[in-house]
Design a protein around this ligand. Structure first.
Ligand SMILES: Nc1ncnc2c1ncn2[C@@H]1O[C@H](COP(=O)(O)OP(=O)(O)OP(=O)(O)O)[C@@H](O)[C@H]1O
Ligand SMILES: O=P(O)(O)OC[C@H]1O[C@H](OP(=O)(O)OP(=O)(O)O)[C@H](O)[C@@H]1O
Ligand SMILES: [Mg+2]
Length: 283
């Protein structure tokens, strides 16, 4: 039985549950369920606080976990990233009232409030900066400035709305980029078939979401120019049409390029171009 840690709340939990459902795994129907067994797939899911997931996986008590890259780094757990999932994307920044500081080098002796002291301490050490102190908070970190708990904050920024609403400005370069990731214990057996199967299923969801299937008809003499536009993953399927001198082509194309590829295909003579969503796949 593969034991997998899944975020039980916060920005990671909804997208993680949706991805696992799409990958064919049983998910909980009640948010109060903390452990569920998916017998058919031989996995057990443990719904844990996102911040604790790297700790459990790093200790080897669980085989795999879904968490945020920033949470993994903050925990300093002996776990490693094995797959990026593309959701809960955020950037981690220092911020303060305008004029407080221009770069990380200006933070010598400055008090910094954050929910991610591990990430901040590592970044300061890399830049040889000695803060005046780090105040650990569990949320609503931006408010620490108005309440005088710290002079600067370090926090997650997604749209920048929270900072803008409080009249705060980003200081210096991003500390790190984060997103939902899959982690395994450091040095875990990479040939473990059960873990590989789980990772393959999630990778397949990522591919199914980011590609579409494109079909079109084209005269034989136009096939080479057309397949150059739709090379597919391996190579496109080209089949003869009943009408002499014509072929049908089928290829996977990146979903976000589908419209521009269709524009190009029309110029090389393609007709009846159809785009279909991919429900599931294995590549
Ligand atoms: N507004 C946001 N947009 C995108 N990702 C976010 C956002 N806020 C937090 N995250 C990401 O979510 C993960 C933190 O999850 P966690 O559940 O601890 O906090 P949360 O999503 O802010 O939830 P809450 O604050 O309600 O507890 C981190 O990887 C972080 O980068
Ligand atoms: O750039 P934005 O789009 O405004 O998003 C960033 C905000 O979202 C998160 O807060 P959350 O709502 O999770 O509350 P919290 O601070 O209590 O964690 C994060 O801590 C920032 O405050
Ligand atoms: Mg939050």
């Amino acid at each position: 039985m593969l034991r997998i840690a899944v975020p039980n709340k916060g920005s990671l939990s909804g997208p993680a549950a949706a991805m696992l459902h799409e990958a064919g795994y049983r998910q909980r129907t009640d948010a109060k369920e903390l452990v569920i067994l998916d017998d058919a797939n031989e996995v057990q899911f443990f719904f844990l606080r996102p911040r604790d997931i790297a700790v459990y996986v790093g200790s080897g008590k669980l085989d795999i976990g879904i968490t945020g890259r920033d949470l993994l780094l903050d925990s300093a757990a002996a776990a490693e990233e094995v797959l990026q999932l593309g959701f809960a994307r955020s950037t981690f920044h220092f911020a303060g009232t305008p004029g407080t500081a221009g770069a990380v080098q200006d933070l010598d002796g400055v008090t910094i409030a954050t929910s991610y002291p591990g990430v901040v301490e590592k970044h300061l050490a890399e830049h040889g900066v000695h803060a005046g102190g780090i105040v650990r908070l569990h949320g609503a970190v931006e408010t620490a400035l108005e309440l005088g708990v710290a002079q600067v904050i370090a926090d997650v920024v997604e749209t920048g709305t929270t900072l803008a609403n409080l009249g705060l400005q980003i200081i210096g370069e991003p500390i790190m980029e984060s997103e939902g990731i899959v982690i395994r214990p450091a040095g875990a057996d990479t040939t473990d078939e059960r873990a590989q199967r789980f990772l393959r299923r999630l990778q397949s969801v990522l591919v199914a979401r980011s590609y579409v299937l494109m079909d079109y008809d084209i005269r034989m003499e136009g096939v080479e120019a057309a397949v150059a536009l739709t090379p597919g993953l391996e190579s496109p399927t080209v089949s003869p049409l009943h009408k002499k001198g014509w072929a049908a082509v089928r290829a996977m194309v990146p979903a976000d390029q589908a419209q521009s590829i269709m524009d190009e295909l029309v110029t090389v003579g393609a007709r009846a171009i159809l785009v279909t969503r991919i429900h599931a796949c294995r590549i």
